[in-house]
Design a protein around this ligand. Structure first.
Ligand code: ATP
Length: 446
């Protein structure tokens, strides 16, 4: 993980937040390549969930909702972590994760194991951030920053079902920020105070719930594999009965083998009719499906694939990170699927001092940037420039050299195989688009 954190910092993917003030734990800022990578992952999710399907529509609900939403959903009462404090070292730990925590004393042990450890009883601590709506702190209404995007979907069920003219089975998908006052230290962007979720609520006739639950587990697993995650590093783990949330009759986690061990990447839950029924009872608005032809009415059951955008990005980074020796020199390379790589191709003039070469290279760059994320780089030796692109995961580099001036061809270098071939400048865009379309498999060993 340290190597990934250091690469992310070195290449401007992710920085610790508020760094000039000493940082804020579990909070990160995303730099240029981090934004591009994250946006690409999000775009692939929206493409698979919305654009390529007729049965799912998009939604963007507010972050601050009516406070009743969180009472009815069970979050005000039950969205808690059990915490213990150590009276001796003054540190705070998750009571259910003492085995993974480090005691505040040296030599460090697990909390409770050193002779001076003096742990309190576990207390429940709500994970929702509170704030107020209204001009005066005292008189304003207490509201919450949403801890999940799902509730914004449930409370809009009636609006969307009517306007989108869909009948179950159909889904509503949303990507957006969620906030949780997490106290366990972060493991980089795996667990942060604010993060983006990619959630989809799929509303189905009750007797089809189990079938759709299994369908979505397979679909979501396949999505990660299509985007190049190695099969050996992905697994589906069904929850035991005692792990299930209050609303769920079945949940499976898709887990990735992060450097910190197997951990949740996405959860797929069969939420039954819990949410629609609870919001119907509390709001008086019937959140049910009524067939206008037959008059049949029922409350749909819900299957929810809930993924974390930042956690997926971390999984893609971990899966892609590689080091190898080429011509007796170490190279670090991000073997990202070309579709999610922040930059698809770099255009490099071999001899930056040569005006004719740079002119050709800039013209190629200007042409390509209209349809692809490309980068022009004329700073430093060519080997250094290749290494820079390898580290940010750019799958192809197009090099303009003296021969280009004679025959209008460029070399295309492949990030993974390092193979170089000459292609006509005129067909460069098509070559890149064709290669982007091809299925891709990680060349990294398991
Ligand atoms: P965990 O058990 O790791 O706290 P969770 O089961 O509470 O996660 P869900 O409520 O199912 O998580 O949220 C769906 C997804 O949102 C998770 O699979 C994860 O990818 C992401 N997620 C949840 N909490 C965080 C967080 N604090 N930081 C980053 N991503 C998160």
């Amino acid at each position: 993980m340290d190597k990934i954190v250091s690469l992310c910092r070195r290449r401007g993917f992710v920085f610790p937040s508020s760094e000039i003030y000493g940082g804020l734990g579990s909070s990160y800022d995303y730099g240029h390549y981090g934004v591009l990578l994250k946006e690409n992952v999000k775009a692939r999710w929206l493409e698979a969930m919305v654009r390529e399907r007729e049965d799912i529509v998009a939604l963007d609900s507010a972050i601050v909702l009516h406070p009743h939403v969180w009472e009815v959903s069970g979050h005000v009462g039950g969205f808690t972590d059990p915490l213990v404090d150590c009276r001796f070292c003054k540190k705070r730990f998750r009571a259910d994760q003492l085995d993974a925590a480090q005691c505040g004393q040296r030599p460090s042990k697990h909390p409770g194991e050193a002779p001076d450890c003096d742990l309190t009883e576990a207390r429940h601590f709500n994970l929702m951030f509170e704030t107020r709506v209204g001009p005066m702190e005292e008189s304003g209404t207490k509201v919450y920053l949403r801890p999940e995007t799902a509730q914004g979907i449930f409370i809009n069920f009636k609006n969307v079902a009517q306007l989108a003219r869909r009948k179950p089975p159909f889904g509503i998908a949303q990507v957006g920020k969620s906030f949780r006052n997490e106290i366990t230290p972060g493991n980089f962007i795996f667990r942060t105070l604010e993060f983006e979720q990619m959630e989809m609520e799929f509303f189905v006739p009750p007797d089809e719930a189990d079938e759709w639950y299994r369908y979505w587990i397979d679909e979501r697993r396949a999505w990660y594999l299509r985007l190049g995650i190695r099969e050996s590093h992905l697994r589906v783990r069904p929850h035991d009965a005692d792990e299930l949330s209050h609303y769920s009759s079945a949940t499976s986690d898709i887990e990735y083998l992060y450097p910190i061990g197997w951990s949740e990447l996405e959860g797929i839950a069969n939420r039954g009719d819990f949410d629609l029924t609870a919001h119907t009872a509390a709001s008086g608005t019937k959140l049910e499906w009524v067939d206008s032809g037959s008059g049949e009415r029922y409350t749909p059951h819900v299957i929810e694939p809930a993924a974390g955008l930042n956690r997926s990005m971390l999984a893609f980074l971990c899966d892609a990170y590689d080091e190898e020796e080429v011509a007796e020199r170490e190279r670090t390379v991000l073997r990202l699927h070309p579709l999610i790589a922040p930059v698809k191709a770099a255009v490099l003039p071999l001899i930056p001092r040569d005006a004719a070469i740079t002119e050709k290279a800039r013209a190629l760059y200007e042409q390509l940037r209209r349809s692809l994320a490309v980068e022009y780089d004329d700073g430093g030796q060519i080997g250094r420039r290749y290494r820079r692109q390898d580290e940010i995961g750019t799958p192809w580099a197009l090099t303009v050299d003296e021969q280009t001036l004679e025959d209008d061809t460029v070399t295309i270098r492949d990030r993974d195989s390092l193979a170089q071939e000459r292609i006509p400048i005129a067909g460069a865009r098509e070559v890149l688009l064709d290669r982007l379309d091809e299925p891709w498999q990680s060349p990294k060993a398991d």
